[in-house]
Ligand binder design. Structure first.
Ligand code: HEC
Length: 150
């Protein structure tokens, strides 16, 4: 009996969140993920300048930017809903939807490598930071080459 009472609200919550998902308009989801990638690019650019020595490197700023990047990745990921498959403004390649699991895996690796970047930025050497930055950021090109149209 207790279990039943726990199950009912749980199922209600689940169906609410599914409904909310279906209500998202495809064009909004595309705009949302592209906007998230724009913010990602800004953070990435600022960090790359610090790594290349074109801008002063401070641990505090680098840490803040890598934390921001870490927060943004699941947001960009969230915008990839199936209903956007044929959306006109999207540059997501068709094979993204056919190879959905692989795409999600790259995104997950990008996220975990960025989590490590946050850790290294908090208490690692500059050399470790540089190496981990390269490690995490190679996923940008790897994914674009396969899943983003020119
Ligand atoms: C797992 C795959 C994946 C990873 C990792 C990834 N991207 Fe992307 N990115 C995409 C896809 C797919 C699109 C096309 C989205 C669309 O047009 O709907 C895109 C679009 C973009 C855009 C264009 C946004 C716009 O306004 O149209 C920028 C900028 C961008 N990515 C930057 C980056 C940067 C910088 C990184 C790494 C720090 C990165 N991306 C990592 C898949 C990825």
């Amino acid at each position: 009996m207790t279990r039943f009472f726990l199950l009912v609200p749980l199922l209600c919550m689940l169906s609410l969140s599914l409904q909310a998902r279906e209500l998202i308009k495809p064009e909004d989801a595309v705009e949302y993920r592209q906007a998230a990638f724009q913010v990602i690019r800004f953070q990435f650019g600022a960090m790359a300048q610090m790594i290349r020595g074109e801008r002063e490197f401070t641990n505090e700023e680098f840490l803040q930017r890598s934390q921001a990047l870490y927060t943004l990745i699941p947001l960009a990921h969230e915008g990839f809903i199936e209903t956007t498959r044929n959306e006109s403004g999207s540059r997501a390649a068709d094979r993204l939807w056919d190879e959905r699991e692989r795409f999600d895996q790259i995104m997950a690796r990008f996220e975990s490598d960025t989590a490590e970047l946050v850790e290294v930025a908090a208490d690692g050497s500059q050399r470790q930071v540089r190496n981990q930055f390269r490690q995490a950021m190679r996923h940008c090109k790897a994914c674009h080459d396969q899943y983003r149209m020119d």
